[in-house]
Design a protein around this ligand. Structure first.
Ligand code: SF4
Ligand code: MG
Length: 337
């Protein structure tokens, strides 16, 4: 049984101008200790998906439909009290900004001890000892001294190490990390990612890594989802998707990587931009930006503007694209005499 099973997740925001759908029919699962990447440009719905997993969607947003099963319990039916027990304890979250986690007016030690004592019956000195052990694991120089420091006395990289230590403090089964290194210097980004990967592996903690950085996804995760305009448009083993993307949007993301561009040339950016959730194009939401929405003779490809593409299996991956489906049908017709 998977550790996490998300089915048909639909998140909406009730705005004065009307309701916008931030997530549509999002489904995926995660095995214990598995690492899953969620990628897409900003506005694709990645963070909404992360927040929904931890019940952090606040008004006017709400989960309209769908189920989130975690270790065989339905999280969408959890009370606030059950959530307080689960959050940080069984599922923890790492945000882009460490100050979303850290309290500026408490020392690092005080917040770690408070966090431990809120969930475990242990003495302050035991909690301090455990906190120190965690700080050592995240390779913080002079950990004893850090316990008595305030967040603002530390560098951004050090703060994010502490956030990782706090995320692991209560031995969670799952960490959801939303752009955990985006705010850091490039060299520090790599160190922090390597640390997170190592700790998740060592403690068999599942990781959902939300990022726009395909390089990081390919290094850290085993499976990935690509999101566009609130939907999953491609999912499967990370290596297969990176090596052989099927969906035109995924192909565009990979072609836009700096390493795919010869030196001195402009990056192959996907033309246009992510639609706003209030104005999602009909049919395949990607069609205004897609080079394949037209057939070679210039006529529109059937379905692209009118029908939401259904998922089709392609090897070990699933892809929502009319062209992929039509090509598969052609292959099938050719193969049957
Ligand atoms: Fe492009 Fe059509 Fe596929 Fe959408 S369904 S990605 S518009 S070919
Ligand atoms: Mg985001």
């Amino acid at each position: 049984m998977p550790l996490l099973e998300v089915e048909g997740l639909d998140v909406r925001f009730a705005l004065r101008q009307g309701e916008v759908q931030a997530l549509r029919d999002v489904s995926f699962s995660l095995e214990r200790g598995e690492r899953l990447g969620i990628v897409g440009e900003s506005g694709a719905g990645k963070s909404v998906a992360a927040f929904a997993l931890l019940n952090l969607i606040s008004r006017p947003g709400y989960i309209h439909a769908g189920s989130i099963r975690f270790d065989n319990e339905e999280l969408t039916r959890y009370s606030e009290r059950q959530w307080r027990r689960a959050r940080g304890n069984r599922i923890s979250m790492i945000f882009q900004d460490p100050m979303m986690t850290l309290n500026p007016v408490l020392t690092i030690g005080a917040q770690m001890i408070e966090c431990l004592r809120a969930h475990r019956r242990i003495s302050t000195s035991e909690a301090r000892k455990l906190s120190l052990a965690r700080l050592r694991q995240v390779q913080i120089p002079s950990p004893e001294q850090r316990l008595d420091q305030y967040p603002h006395e530390l560098s951004g990289g050090m703060r994010q190490r502490i956030v990782i230590a706090i995320a692991l403090l209560l031995d969670p089964d799952l960490i959801v990390a939303d752009e955990p290194t985006t705010a850091l210097d490039v060299t520090i980004q790599a160190e922090i990612m390597a640390l997170l990967l190592e700790l998740c592996e060592r403690h068999n903690v599942g990781l959902i890594l939300i990022t726009h950085d395909l390089g990081v996804v390919s290094q850290v995760t085993q499976r990935m989802l690509v999101m566009y305009a609130g939907r999953v448009i491609e999912s499967g083993p990370t290596r297969e998707i990176i090596n052989d993307p099927q969906h035109p949007y995924t192909q565009g993301l990979i072609n836009a990587l700096p390493q795919m561009t010869p030196p001195g040339q402009r990056l192959n950016q996907i033309r246009g931009s992510m639609p706003s959730l209030a104005h999602i194009p009909s049919g395949c939401a990607f069609h205004p930006r897609c080079d394949f929405a037209q057939l070679p003779d210039g006529s529109p490809r059937p379905g692209c503007q009118a029908q939401v593409p259904p998922f089709v299996d392609s090897g070990n991956c699933r892809v929502a694209c009319h062209m992929v489906r039509q090509m598969q049908q052609l292959d099938l017709e050719e193969a049957t005499p």
